[in-house]
Design a protein around this ligand. Sequence first.
Ligand code: PBG
Length: 328
Amino acid sequence: MDLIQRPRRLRRTASIRTLVRETRLHPADFVQPIFVIGGEGVCEPIDSMPGQYRLSVDELVKESVALYELGIPAINLFGYSEEKDPGGSASYREDGLIQQAIRALKAGIPEMSVQTDVALDPYTDHGHDGVLVDGEIANDASVEVLTRMALSHAEAGVDWVAPSDMMDGRIGAIRVALDDDGFEDVGILAYSAKYASCFYGPFRGALKSAPRKRDDVPEDKKTYQMDYANVDEAIKEIALDIEEGADVVMVKPALAYLDVIARASETFDVPVAAYNVSGEYGMILAAAEKGWVDREDAMFEVLTAIKRAGASMILTYFSKEAAIALRV
Ligand code: PBG
């Protein structure tokens, strides 16, 4: 008689399970997204994202030191702007909020890797990531403004710019502009496969950046962000961004897109990042509050799954909480 196969032997005790574990989380896997606001000494709780705050530049530097000490190597900055106009002009000012934040971080904690969001939605009065011409998001005109924004971040000393707008050709345009101005060491973390997702809702609350309900404004981002039914298209978008000069490519959101992360990491030889977005964070918090799941267990299961799927770095609002829990 054939010997019975007993895979359960490798699951028998905690120490055996540790030995055969295929995926391990480490604080160095995480990038903490942070919302930056004007003023001083501001640490404003975000209603739609419990546990996350809008920080003024001085508080941001303090928080970054704490994150770095926990082993988190990078932060990704988003600007909260009260100043909004059709062209998003507050996005590329030399003394703008994010530009000031980059300078303060580079002075206060130069070893922290600083990434900045490049998209116009917090800065436009219509809430879209690009500029509108005749009620449509105009691709090439948007790329011009986004390139200006990326350059202003490079001038302030950023390590990587992270274009999250999904316009065509923006990675190439930004790469060329950076190189022309002597910023060949500034990296590009490209949101390559960013889907038009309902899971960005809490984030749009944090920045008051949702597309406005106006006749002359498209009600959603579906003409530039991807259709969630598609995966071949994601592979095509990622290939284009790599060709145009992306150093790291991103899939976003993460949880409903683990197949996309897996295919991307199998197909390409550049690191793949995944964004565990605000709505994914919120679902765990809400279910935990109801007592339906354990918050920490759910957090670790989800983060491990994203890494298991092939992500080399995870942008997550759980960065700090997970890093603290991993230390003990
Ligand atoms: C905007 C941007 C969004 C997010 C990151 N950059 C929202 C959007 O595209 O509408 C979402 C992040 C999250 O939900 O955590 N360019």
